[in-house]
Design a protein around this ligand. Structure first.
Ligand code: TYD
Length: 132
């Protein structure tokens, strides 16, 4: 469902923070990066699954709650800049909430944007899962 066994490299000192990600750490070829910011406290983002897309999540600033679930399992992760890289396999429902005011979430994806890869309805998602 997801992996948390990789971390960015950290070079923090009295002159600031420098963090690096080698794409060789990511178990898929990265075709797209996007980042989410300026999210109001009341907003819930995500609420969908992807049929084939694999992704990774890295907080560049602030914090967010990430719920990962399917019809049998659910977990909530609080992501901060010190969290491991979250590598998310396809077929997992995700919900993002409680973005801190300074939250910047970077997402890497295995494919370019394709709306037909999204399942945005929970019941449709459960039906889809049962056919896998
Ligand atoms: P969406 O993936 O639903 O965002 P979130 O899961 O954070 O709520 O995308 C929001 C909108 O942005 C939707 O209209 C699709 C569009 N979008 C693109 O056009 N290209 C992209 O690479 C992404 C990630 C989203």
């Amino acid at each position: 469902m997801f992996e948390t066994n990789k971390k960015v490299q950290v070079f923090d000192d009295e002159f600031g923070n420098l963090r690096t990600l080698n794409f060789s750490e990511i178990p898929f070829s990265v075709k797209r990066l996007y980042w989410i910011s300026c999210v109001p406290r009341y907003a819930v983002r995500g609420r969908h699954a992807h049929k084939t897309l694999e992704q990774f999540f890295i907080m560049l600033s602030g914090s967010v709650n990430l719920v990962l679930k399917n019809h049998k399992f659910e977990t909530t992760l609080k992501l901060t800049v010190d969290s491991p890289i979250i590598v998310l396999m396809s077929g997992v429902w995700r919900e993002l909430s409680e973005f801190s005011s300074n939250a910047v979430l970077m997402v890497g994806a295995s494919e370019e944007y394709d709306e037909s890869d999204y399942i945005r309805d929970w019941d449709e998602y459960v039906n889809w899962l049962e056919k896998q």
